[in-house]
Design a protein around this ligand. Sequence first.
Ligand SMILES: Nc1ncnc2c1ncn2[C@@H]1O[C@H](COP(=O)(O)OP(=O)(O)OP(=O)(O)O)[C@@H](O)[C@H]1O
Ligand SMILES: [Mg+2]
Length: 295
Amino acid sequence: MTESIAVGTDGSAAATAALEWAVDDAVRRGVSLRIVHAMDRWPHDLVEFPAPARPGRLACFGEQVLTEAAKAATERRPDVRVTTELIEGTPSDVLCGQAETAIELVVGNRGLGGFAGSLLGSVPVRLAGHVRGAVVVVRQGRAEAYGEVVVGVDGSAECEPALGFAFEQAALRGCGLRAVYAWQMPHAFSPEAAEDTEEIRYAQRRMAEERLAGWQERFPAVEVVSEVTRARPVPTLLAASARADLLVVGSRGLGAVGSVLLGSVSREVLHHARGPVAVVRSTRSTGRGPRASSG
Ligand SMILES: Nc1ncnc2c1ncn2[C@@H]1O[C@H](COP(=O)(O)OP(=O)(O)OP(=O)(O)O)[C@@H](O)[C@H]1O
Ligand SMILES: [Mg+2]
């Protein structure tokens, strides 16, 4: 099967921004782009609302959305290879299925539904953390111009896939990578133990360097700036991402409890970031480290 990126569209402005991001990335990677529209029949299947003409109309709308999206894609980049898929089902189920055979899944932060000031629709919330691999959530109205990718690092194995994706994106774009590790003292820490603070600071820096070393070996051309700071992760990542073309985070980190698939840092960042955010979950059930560069 040829490699492809999947992008979901409902025809909204944010979905168009997602499409543009996906087109550019497909060209960067030299893969094809699969544009997907899910025909969601559930409101029309209600007993009170049995309208036989509806599915036909839904299909017509879906076809139109896909035709316009394919046209916009080739207008943006005539060299992009595009396919379209009209699939019946709820958008999150359909896109989750599509992600299984895609390099990455791209969606807008919101869509045609929601309410006026809504920052995040239900589709990205359901997909981020559930889909294995990368889900890229794109907002309307932000041009790429900073020449930097930012990745959030923590002490957990869960950030390994995010590091891999971030290094790969920086290499594809020929830009720098800022690795941000914001750490905090445990709540029970006693402020009298000042020496411990230095020790902890040193240990955090070393941990971040160790996490980065394997990936740096595999992507030697990527220039990495590592920012290890004692601060709250969400504002630190948001500040760094304000000057970046892409923010990459893992789906969950050290703090997340057992069954939580999307950690609180990733969730908050998805809500409040101004630019594109990639939430990356391991494609396996355990964290994936870098392969040796010789192999
Ligand atoms: N029917 C669909 N087919 C394909 N992709 C979709 C569909 N609906 C939404 N998406 C994708 O998900 C993104 C977010 O849309 P979402 O539906 O979550 O937000 P919303 O419509 O504002 O809110 P709501 O949760 O009320 O539907 C869209 O930009 C698009 O990329
Ligand atoms: Mg919607």
